[in-house]
Design a protein around this ligand. Sequence first.
Ligand SMILES: [Zn+2]
Length: 254
Amino acid sequence: MLRFFFVFLIGISGVVCVNAQQQFEIRYLGNMGIALTHNDSTILVDGLHDFYEKDYLPTDATALSTMLQQKTPYKKIIAIAVTHRHSDHFDSTLITNVANVHTAAILIGGDQTRSLLAPGLLKRFPPIADSITIRLNTRLEINLRRIAHTYQARHSAIENYRIEVVWNGFRIVHLGDADLRPAALTSLKNNPDIIVIPNWFLSNEGIKLLNELKPARVLVTHISPGDNESHKNEKLRTASTAFQKYGDLVIMKL
Ligand SMILES: [Zn+2]
């Protein structure tokens, strides 16, 4: 709570207002896709992809329709972030359709995803380095860091980015298809409010890394719709929620 007040007071530079309660909602959109909503604004991470194979839940059609109609909770999408170009995380047509409606949304991702979008969108898609901070305003920043994609023997050329959103003191980390190794969490501050992991981080090694990071909550994703077992691991001491079906929702308050 102290951390929140500190950030908030800096953000409004001199105006003292400490009684507002900050509410953040995280909705599951499919595979590793999430929508983070605060007040009327929403940030998507890996939230727009079409059917790829049956093991990968595509973006929820109802949610997509709601976004295109700019209805609650998707009245105002302010950022569309993508960890990497694989079709269970990214679809250029869906992103284009949503970006054309939500014209203020910034597009965030690596060069490989940038190169797959139409030239007209690129002025809203800043080129990035291996590690970069994008500040949307004084109270919202998005940090990207390139980390290895899992299954390096096959996917070593894929640029996978870890995406960290810091918003009014609330901090969420999304790993994309991270390879299970300590470097996946390099340079992260401890105690993020949420970390979104692929299910293969629920191994003993992954749980050890997560316990060192001490997130307040772990969201387990990238679970095949037909698999009811892979997310079950009682050794995970951090509070966790397996995101496996549309409509799963986590509400956190600061
Ligand atoms: Zn991938």
